[in-house]
Ligand binder design. Structure first.
Ligand code: SF4
Length: 404
């Protein structure tokens, strides 16, 4: 049974990713840190965090890469000056944060200039990287560019990581990169995508977070996009998902109990919030209710509302996993104009309860889950309003009557 310490102990706060769920924040009763960026995101006129896949170039070839990135150059990617003018538009619209992602954004020499430029305009910048290109000078430049956080992808121990990431030696290089980031005093964490090939590695990853003094662990569920489509055969079954989450929750609670300033988040499966609520309810219904209120305020999956994506060619999408429905090009119109325009898909996503079908539409947790991933529904059923196939909660748990 999940045991939880006093609220607030050890939680560092500050989650940013739109599809992330801060397990540490919920367990400690501080799901939202109340920073200006968070207040802006959850205001009446929310401004999204932008995941910017600045490039599809990457030294690695991960089996589950949602962006189908690889070790080559891609024609037509935004040049530095074009990207700077996109940042002007993001700033004018009031975007609170940019997560520079890829591919590996560190394959671009202008990444430091762009991050510094965004930071000078008051936009919080986050780096999502393979970590394998972070030598000493790169770590110094990351620091000087003002990144507030760096997330490095590690998918297991050396053997498992190198197999899943398609590159021998990538574990050692990424770990060296993490240590260089830490030497520079940059808040750093590990990002892992859950699959059958690495759930046995969770204890190793949590120990790594602890032993390396990292600030965050991000455990992402698989989304069936890019190479993740073919890799979906390696996705966890429902029982495996629950077992993995039980372990993640226990270790997150353990960090809180020890007063360790670490944030544990899960991503890309908003049913996790409901599952955590149900677990806590078994032992502490009052705490669970407080948690439910926090989850309600968060609102579940917010693709197209609190999260946006710009791809390497400048096309805007509802989120980074769902790139089959481009909304417009930042080469032609400022981001804010695209985001506030009369786009039917965005309007529908902002009123998604009226459109989502199947068991999600009957679910008692809809308001805290939001129907989960539309990208996964589209991939599994060819219908992006279908129920999410990765929901591992039972009909009884979600409060639907059989035969309805
Ligand atoms: S049934 Fe749908 S809305 Fe309910 S928890 Fe599962 S994924 Fe979320």
């Amino acid at each position: 049974m999940l045991t939880i310490s006093m609220p607030g102990a050890g939680y560092i706060g500050g989650p940013l990713g739109g599809a992330m769920l801060s397990v540490s924040g919920l367990l400690s009763g501080k799901a939202f840190c109340g920073s200006p960026a968070e207040r802006l995101r959850y205001s009446r006129e929310p401004r999204p965090v932008v995941v910017w896949n600045l490039t599809r170039s990457c030294a690695l070839r991960c089996l589950h890469c949602y962006n189908d990135s690889r070790d080559r150059t891609f024609e037509g990617e935004l040049a530095a000056e074009e990207a700077a003018s996109v940042i002007d538009g993001l700033s004018a619209f009031g975007v609170p944060a940019i997560i520079f992602s890829g591919g590996d954004p560190l394959t671009r020499a202008d990444i430091f200039y762009l991050a510094e430029y965004a930071g000078a305009k008051g936009i919080r910048t986050v780096l999502s990287t393979s970590g394998v290109l972070i030598d000493g000078p790169a770590a110094r430049k990351i620091k000087e560019a003002g990144f507030s956080y760096a997330g490095v992808s590690i998918d297991g121990n050396e053997e498992t990581n190198d197999r899943l990431r398609g590159s021998k030696g990538s574990f050692k290089k990424a770990l060296d990169g993490i240590r260089r980031l830490k030497e520079q005093g940059i808040p750093t964490g590990i990002r892992l995508t859950l699959s059958r090939g690495n759930i046995g590695e969770l204890p190793f990853i949590f120990d790594l977070i602890e032993n390396e003094g990292l600030e965050r662990g991000y455990f992402a569920h698989l989304v069936y996009s890019g190479r993740g489509n073919a890799f979906s055969r390696e996705d966890l079954g429902y029982a495996e998902t629950r077992a993995a989450l039980d372990y993640i929750f226990e270790r997150a609670a353990g960090f809180i109990e020890k007063g360790a300033r670490k944030e544990i988040v899960t991503g890309s499966n908003d049913a996790d919030g409901a599952y955590l609520y149900l677990k806590v309810k078994e032992s502490d219904p009052e705490r669970a209710e407080a948690m439910r209120r926090l989850l309600f305020g968060r609102g579940g999956n917010t693709a197209g509302v609190n999260i946006a994506c710009i791809d390497n060619l400048g096309m805007v999408h509802a989120d980074q996993f769902w790139q089959g429905h481009p909304l417009g090009s930042v080469r032609e119109r400022p981001f804010g104009e695209i985001w506030k325009g009369p786009e039917p898909l965005l309007n529908a996503l902002r009123d998604r309860k009226a459109f989502i079908k199947g068991r999600c539409s009957w679910c008692s947790f809809f308001d805290i889950c939001g129907g989960n991933s539309r990208a996964r529904a589209a991939s599994a059923y060819g219908d992006f309003w279908a129920e999410d196939p990765a929901c591992y909660l039972t009909d009884e748990e979600i409060g639907i009557r059989l035969g309805k």
